[in-house]
Design a protein around this ligand. Sequence first.
Ligand code: SAM
Length: 341
Amino acid sequence: MQGPDDDPVAEKVPESGFPTTAEVVARWRPNPLVDRLYDDLGRTLDRLRTYLPWDSRGRRVFEDRGLVLVPSGFYYPIPTLEDIEDSWEYRTEMPFLDETIFDRALLAAELERLMPFAAEFNPPEEGDLDHPAEYAWNMSIFGWSDAIAYYSILRERKPRRVIEIGSGFSTLIATQAMTKNGSGEVICVEPYPRAFLHDLDITLVEQPVEVLAVDWFNDNLGPGDVLFIDSTHVVKTGSDCVYLYLKLLPELRNDLLIHVHDVHAPGATPKSWLVTHHLYWTEHYLLLAYLIENPRTRVLYGSVANALLNRELLEEMMGGKTAIGGGSLWFEQAGREPAER
Ligand SMILES: C[S@@+](CC[C@H](N)C(=O)[O-])C[C@H]1O[C@@H](n2cnc3c(N)ncnc32)[C@H](O)[C@@H]1O
């Protein structure tokens, strides 16, 4: 029997998140041995079809290997390739264009306000991803319009405090902007911190956000402060996103500026994220449901929204430094006193 080191099919899963498209293509090049293994797997699954996935032993065979076996069908949350291909979400360019959420003029006015601060933000092309001295454009999981917008919004608004839920490269931008402001504090809620976060001038709370009480947020976020959300993006039983949108956001007492990441609305999530990367992110659906007809909220900035609705202005804000790209969405939320409920 072959061991993992001499098995030509054994995959090296990168520790740092999901692989890039280039890595996926390199890994999945035609390989007759892989074809044979898939045939064997197909035969095994056919024989076990009556047990799998209902038998918990069957589930564990997959879960012990970092996989979850879910039946396909309309009662189940993971779309098939056919569901994705046929989805109504991909029939128009902006399936989620609701003008009460994405107000082109309001978004344009915010871009104008950010412009002078965007001019200050000039990161280097390349930075060390493990030991970064500062944000650089190659930190593309938080790039590129998102980065320039985050910096500029913190410079324009000068919050007393930023709470980041899900930290990493974005934190480099937050600390840079707060340093330039000459005041302000960054608190990071990050259960699995990258090593470099320990070296930054931040308060690090190494906990999943859903264990933190709503009161903790209300005690720490004053009027005009920022709640930055960039965590799992997944709505499922027990997830941080369910806690964030159904328990935390409605209960926030003060007027805040709130950020959510990887939102492609008013467009749809790129098909390749689902087909190639198996990212079935659902946070944006809950976010949009939260924003529709919500008199407490007003969307100020969207990287995708501006790319679709105010492209020239967004280009101007980018200043030719790097390409348009990203998925940040920022909205203001009016506070609510507990007595009003
Ligand atoms: C997309 S990454 C964050 C990226 C970060 N903003 C950056 O720019 O590098 C998502 C982060 O959410 C964190 N995370 C996972 N589960 C979480 C939870 N329950 N509460 C808060 N953060 C969580 C992960 O550890 C990960 O660092």
